[in-house]
Design a protein around this ligand. Structure first.
Ligand code: ADP
Ligand code: MG
Length: 221
């Protein structure tokens, strides 16, 4: 079975009154790309934060790699969050004062892992893939929006995660740079990583995978 995530009857309320997610079902296989569309404020980021083990859910069931993710025990999933999940946000969330290379290596610097020779080779290969080798030692503050988003994607890929979660990854990009991002996710998915992309841009298409709309607290295919 190649199912990575299975979510059933998921509910989330922040205030105990209004349910932002209200009986949502979702599943994704390894290597699959899912696109989630929906109006601003419909709960897309809420859903991604729960899937990414950054926030609790109120009720329902969440299986990640067949492990039951219990709400209110988020700290015990630190390892999965750090090593199995890569995050790409609209706002990039890079460290401006550090170089491109150090930003890409951030997951390892942060977890205190050794930066081995093979890891350095992987960084070089990634930079090459994304046509950014010449920017390796440049500070991120000097980069354009499209270049920053590529750094954020490389930082997510370098761990070879089981899942990549992207919240409006092309929100700040022009068409050409959006196409690069789409292409990068397609290539990652071919290597077995599942990708969940949230967008309000209904023209963004990966040509493959399931497409959903989030409305009324539920996902509709
Ligand atoms: N931390 C929070 N506390 C209280 N309400 C929140 C919080 N985060 C989001 N919300 C509310 O939940 C709803 C969905 O927000 P969000 O998931 O950010 O939507 P989207 O990403 O689709 O724009 C909104 O009404 C928002 O105000
Ligand atoms: Mg959002």
């Amino acid at each position: 079975m190649s199912e990575l995530i299975k979510i059933s009857n998921l509910k989330k309320t922040y205030d105990g009154i209004r349910y932002v997610l209200n009986g949502l079902d979702f599943s994704i296989d390894k290597g699959e790309i899912s696109t989630i569309l929906g109006a601003s404020g419909c709960g897309k980021s809420t859903f991604l934060n729960i899937v990414g083990l950054l926030d609790n859910y109120s009720s329902g069931e969440y299986l990640f790699c067949n492990d039951i993710i219990k709400p209110k025990k988020l700290n015990s999933y630190y390892r999965q969050r750090a090593m199995d999940i890569g995050f790409v946000f609209q706002a990039y969330c890079l460290i401006d004062s550090l170089s491109v290379k150090d930003n890409i290596l951030m997951p390892f610097l942060y977890s205190g892992s050794d930066i081995t020779g093979s890891l350095k080779e992987n960084v070089n290969a990634l930079l090459d893939n994304f046509n950014m080798s010449s920017l390796k030692n440049k500070r991120v503050s000097f980069l354009s929006g499209g270049e920053r988003q590529r750094v954020a994607i490389m930082r997510a890929i370098i761990k070879n995660p089981k899942l990549i979660i992207a919240d409006e990854p092309t929100g700040n990009l022009d068409e050409a740079n959006s196409a690069l991002v789409v292409n990068a996710f397609q290539n990652i998915a071919k290597k077995g990583t599942a990708v969940i992309v949230v967008t309000h841009n209904k023209y963004l298409s990966f040509g493959v995978g399931r497409r959903y709309t989030l409305e009324g607290g539920k996902l509709h295919q």
